[in-house]
Design a protein. Structure first.
Length: 232
């Protein structure tokens, strides 16, 4: 990817050097950010089979979208301004959405059970999903958190997306966009700035499993997963 600037290459440090990058001003792909991995899928000419497999999407500081991946045919290419068709891999989008919503459910459970614990970090990546909090949590907290999470899933609460106008940043700024902030709410009980994808109701996440609780330097990590996974 020699044509990319150093700043753009830094957005894809783990992308193979032989991969290509397709730059667009608009995309239907979710770009990696906010603790959530990007969508994957394909891009191709209009009315033709897809010619490019997308493995990673990142958004540049100036608002462009870099679609990293490989051409499916060595003879394929695109030209500037060419109309294309984008297709997102539905199963992975749904899995990532379920993981992200599950993280918000864990966060709401913690808020209801231990409102004094401040969230410091969220990770919604597969096999790494976790919520981190200031202060110490112990193994005896695990079944208590699990019970509250199960209750919130069972209630099948709606996930609502709204925009807070005229506010450039809320909390850590996740979801901020051009003077407004995107808010994800769970049944009117929980409201968080969030730019990620979600399922429509808590019951659609499947089962949320609290895997373990770990501690390091005064920070407690609540690791979780959802079932069924991506293979289902």
């Amino acid at each position: 990817m020699p044509s990319l600037s150093e700043e753009e290459r830094n957005l894809a440090k783990n992308v193979p050097a032989e991969d290509s990058a397709i730059t667009m001003r608009q995309t239907i792909f979710y770009a990696q950010g906010g603790g959530q991995p990007s969508d994957t899928g394909t891009i191709g000419p209009v009315d033709q089979e897809p010619t490019f497999g997308v493995s990673l999407v990142r958004k540049t500081p100036d608002g462009r979208f870099l679609h990293f991946g490989k051409f499916l045919d060595a003879t394929s290419s695109f030209v500037a301004g060419q109309p294309v068709v984008q297709k997102v891999e539905d199963s992975k989008r749904n899995y990532h959405s379920r993981l992200h919503t599950a993280g918000h459910i864990v966060g709401l459970a913690m808020q209801l059970l231990m409102p004094d614990k401040k969230k410091v970090k969220a990770n919604h990546f597969p096999r790494e999903a976790s919520m981190e909090y200031e202060g110490l949590l112990y193994n005896e907290h695990k079944p208590v958190i699990q019970e509250k999470v199960d209750e919130l899933v069972r209630l099948d609460l709606p996930i609502l997306i709204s925009w807070l106008e005229g506010v450039a940043q809320v909390g850590d700024g996740e979801g901020a966009e051009e003077g407004r902030t995107r808010i994800a709410s769970i049944g009117g009980l929980d409201h968080n700035p969030c730019g990620g994808t979600h399922v429509a109701r808590t019951g659609l996440v499947g089962s949320v499993v609290i895997r373990k609780i770990s501690r390091q330097k005064g920070i407690s990590r609540v690791s979780y997963d959802v079932s069924p996974g991506i293979e289902a």
